[in-house]
Design a protein around this ligand. Structure first.
Ligand code: F0G
Length: 353
């Protein structure tokens, strides 16, 4: 028999993860996400190849599950009975899911307001203890770090190196599927753990001869939350892409390292550019992502307009599902619903047939 599909990150990538015989081999079926070829945006950008890594296909609908499965397994291995994280929504949904799966407690600190409804609904369903902090994500992360100084709770934010280890497996999968690394990787940047993780993965793949090249890392922040681009923390970050509404990224230095060592860049895209890419991905590619995920495509389009997009083969990471944020979908799409009586004639008239 062939291997079952979606064995999970711990089983699939054991040889490149910090596992021991005592690490519980938990899984919700994360990883091994699709790499889908663009049908429209590739042509618009004049690229040889544009691929989308659909991280929305993970069990809780975002890339966070790759790192969370490792972080929760290692926390359990070390004897933890509870996990804690600060989050703009996806990390907390993922932490809550794996905690529920493993029968341990999850506590989450979310910034007040602005967490997308679907993400909060997940945390509620999974039974997390939810604390809404009267402040920003950056305040919530600072407080989470302070709490774990005195409490026996495992912090599962991406400052936890186990998270980065798990998330780097996406780079391995891309190299495996394409049989090499791409020329460039486009990725949204918030707390900057994911760009750090991908770069680590690509460097390892090249060292292991799974890839012949290192991709340029093209990171994109939202213009109202672009501390790395501006070179200074942002006091009151604002963006429609609430997942990356972060003013002081924890992995700032390693994101700059990924940018510089790869010969890449980290630039800003406006909310308008993000929403244009968000609508384009859905209407021309059939890919419904959350606004933060569209920042990667918005960034490629912006570089192209400026004549600064180098060709070749590019992978854009689509980090989370559009279903996470139904309000934005309703607010930023023209809703065109025609009412019809429940008769054949009425429906035909409404259909214009
Ligand atoms: N895309 C989505 C959908 C995210 O949820 C995040 C981060 C990012 C991109 C950026 O990744 O932080 O590693 O640079 N979300 C975190 C959270 C902050 O709490 O869910 P990053």
């Amino acid at each position: 028999m062939t291997e079952p599909h979606r064995r999970g990150v711990l089983a699939r990538w054991a040889e490149v993860l910090p596992l021991t015989p005592q690490t519980p081999r938990i899984t919700l079926g994360e990883g091994e996400t699709p790499l889908v070829r663009s049908v429209a945006i590739e042509r618009e950008l004049g690229l040889d190849e544009l691929w989308f890594k659909l991280e929305s296909s993970n069990p809780t609908g975002s890339f966070k599950d790759r790192g969370m499965v490792v972080a929760v397994a290692k926390a359990i291995e070390r004897g933890s009975k509870a996990v804690l994280c600060a989050s703009t929504g996806n990390t907390s949904a993922s932490a809550a899911a794996y905690a529920a799966h493993c029968g341990i407690e999850a506590s989450i600190l979310v910034p007040e307001g602005r967490v997308a409804a679907g993400k909060l609904a997940q945390a509620v369903a999974f039974g997390a203890r939810i604390v809404e902090v009267e402040g920003s994500f950056d305040d919530a992360l600072r407080l989470a770090l302070e709490v774990v100084e005195t409490q026996p709770i495992a912090l599962v934010n991406s400052v936890n190196p186990d998270r980065i280890e798990g998330q780097k497996t996406a780079a391995y999968e891309i190299c495996e599927t394409l049989t090499d690394a791409p020329d460039a990787l486009a990725i949204p940047v918030g707390n900057a753990g994911n760009i750090t993780a991908y770069w680590k993965g690509f460097v390892e793949c090249a060292a292991l001869d799974y890839a012949s090249l290192h991709p340029r890392m093209l990171g994109f922040q939202a213009a109202g939350a672009a501390p790395i681009v501006q070179g200074a923390p942002v006091e009151n970050p604002q963006t429609v892409a609430t997942a990356i509404r972060i003013g002081k990224p924890a992995s700032w230095k390693t994101a700059e390292q990924a940018r510089d060592e790869s010969g890449g860049l980290i630039e800003a895209v406006t909310d308008e550019e993000i929403l244009d890419a968000y609508r384009l991905l859905a209407s021309k590619e059939g890919l419904f992502v959350e606004p933060a995920s569209a920042a990667s495509v918005a960034g490629l389009r912006k570089l192209n307009r400026a004549g600064a997009l180098q060709g070749g083969r590019i992978v854009a990471v689509l980090t989370g599902s559009g279903l996470k944020d139904p309000e934005t979908a309703k607010e930023h799409n023209a809703i065109d619903v025609v009412r019809a009586p429940a008769t054949l004639e009425g429906v035909q008239r409404a259909l214009g047939v």
